[in-house]
Write a protein that binds this ligand. Structure first.
Ligand code: FES
Length: 160
């Protein structure tokens, strides 16, 4: 009889031990989930935007009387006989990327047909404003720099 009681106690102990381990496992999983959510909650939810400053390279890489579209930064680098200037390539209507049409000598928007002169002045179409001129300068290293966040008055050429 004592042996039978011991077996019952042993089973009872195993069952208790099982439930204790099950409880500890559940708590561990819950603690891990809480830690993950706490980390996500506490880490900053920040969007990193690229710098508005564009290094357009050496002025010598732009032949005179050329219009160069930089698709990645959305700017035109124009080397006119008066000097260099940069235009935003983003249409002032609804923000499509415009394209230089060398055969016509104009900048055209593929979305709704706005057309601009090489200096950004609007020719026709629904665009409400000309393409803005962007601040352009030459760095100490001799590179053409453009700040896409700053517009300047037209006809502010950079002479190199
Ligand atoms: S977005 Fe350029 S004309 Fe509409």
């Amino acid at each position: 009889m004592p042996e039978e009681k011991q077996v019952i106690e042993s089973n009872e102990f195993n069952r208790r031990e099982f439930f204790v381990k099950l409880g500890l496992g559940s708590l561990s999983i819950a603690a891990c989930g809480t830690a993950v959510f706490a980390y996500q909650f506490l880490s900053p939810n920040v969007l990193f935007e690229p710098s508005p400053i564009v290094n357009a390279g050496k002025p010598g890489s732009y032949p005179e009387d050329s219009v160069t579209l930089d698709v990645n930064s959305g700017i035109y680098l124009i080397h006119a006989k008066e000097g260099f200037f940069a235009l935003s390539a983003v249409c002032t209507h609804l923000g499509c990327l415009t394209a230089w049409k060398p055969e016509l000598g104009i900048i055209a928007c593929p979305c709704h047909g706005s057309k601009f002169k090489r200096d950004g002045e609007k020719i026709e179409g629904p665009a409400p404003k000309p393409l803005p001129w962007l601040r352009t300068w030459v760095s100490d290293e001799g590179d053409l720099m453009v700040d896409r966040s700053v517009t300047v008055r037209p006809m502010e050429f950079v002479r190199v």
